[in-house]
Design a protein around this ligand. Sequence first.
Ligand code: NAD
Ligand code: DAU
Length: 342
Amino acid sequence: MRYLVTGGAGFIGSNFIRYIFKKYGADAQVVNLDKLTYAGIRENLAEYEGQKNYRFLQGDIAKIDDVVEAYKGVDGSGVDVVVNFAAETHVDRSLMEAGTFIETDVHGVLVLLEEARKHAPKLKRFIQVSTDEVYGSIESGSFRESDPLNPRNPYSASKAGGDRMAYAYAQTYGLPVIITRASNNFGPWQYPEKLIPLFVTNAIDDLPLPLYGDGKNVRDWLFVDDHCAGIDFLIERGENSETYNIGGGNERENREITARILELTGKPESLIKRVADRQGHDRRYSLNTDKLAALGFRAETDFDEALERTVQWYVKNEPWWRAIKERSAEFKAYYDKQYGKR
Ligand code: NAD
Ligand code: DAU
């Protein structure tokens, strides 16, 4: 299979490429198109650089010339599958500046889809990686794929735009689009601005853990390998034009996650710092995953074991996150703006 993976230098994209190479070896060809924004780290996949079935291309999904080049594939013969991970992904950053979210998460998806039209009917799949956030918040029960969308922050609104644009291209032009809506991922190589890696690395350094509001917001945690396995499964077994929820079945309040991180790092509860809530903070995300289960896939990783493994990964890979937290001027400026006066 010849893959075009966008955003493959980010958290889930790099885990996905690793997953594909581990599973399919030399049978897989992967072009990784990534703009290398603050969240893109090419070295995440250093082990594959120079391999003849892997090509890294620095470029923007919203720029047609970059996209045309990427669709040529590793060796000029084209691609069978597109998996679009590329996005601006952090809700807090979308509250500071939303323009780049529209540019990448909506317009970028459009550019990828337009190019896909030129490669149809040879293209087998176009996976648009959407998110459970497009449904908005739910007090009780769980969202099904048929539920209306109600995104409540600039990030999720832009993701909903990309999600529906992909659907529109499936309906209008018959493109082989599948949309996935996953819940909160965690695991190795997650940029340390997101809850779990931020709190683990702050705890290691005895820095405060800035818990928003009352800490009772609920997220459903999905180990990143389960997300990758779900996408791989859908490439093989999904139905075109369909949307699939990919949930972990691990709903936890943020304060529970925080307490567990402190236990695993052996740090005191006094590190918890209650800070002002996120504006428009979605209270709870919850996914009904029956549709994917009916096809034969369920996330299988045990949450507690995976969280422990993830914490260990950050303990063992200090140079990776210290390069970001201590040497990236961009990260420091962001951290100061986000937490300095909170
Ligand atoms: P991330 O922020 O770690 O990585 C995003 C990657 O996209 C980076 O490598 C970045 O350089 C690249 N990128 C950004 N703009 C680009 C552009 N214009 N052109 C090319 N590359 C660009 O994000 P992530 O957490 O790995 O999320 C990947 C995808 O999964 C996103 O689409 C996100 O919306 C979706 N998602 C994430 C989660 C989660 O919990 N992290 C859950 C559900 C869905
Ligand atoms: O649900 C899927 C989404 O999960 C993805 O689409 C997004 O790309 C991804 O960033 C994530 O969004 P969240 O906003 O849920 O993730 P985040 O890690 O930013 O926050 C998780 C919860 O923790 C949320 O309730 C806010 C809270 N939080 C977060 C941070 C960064 C804190 O209390 N303090 C913090 O410092």
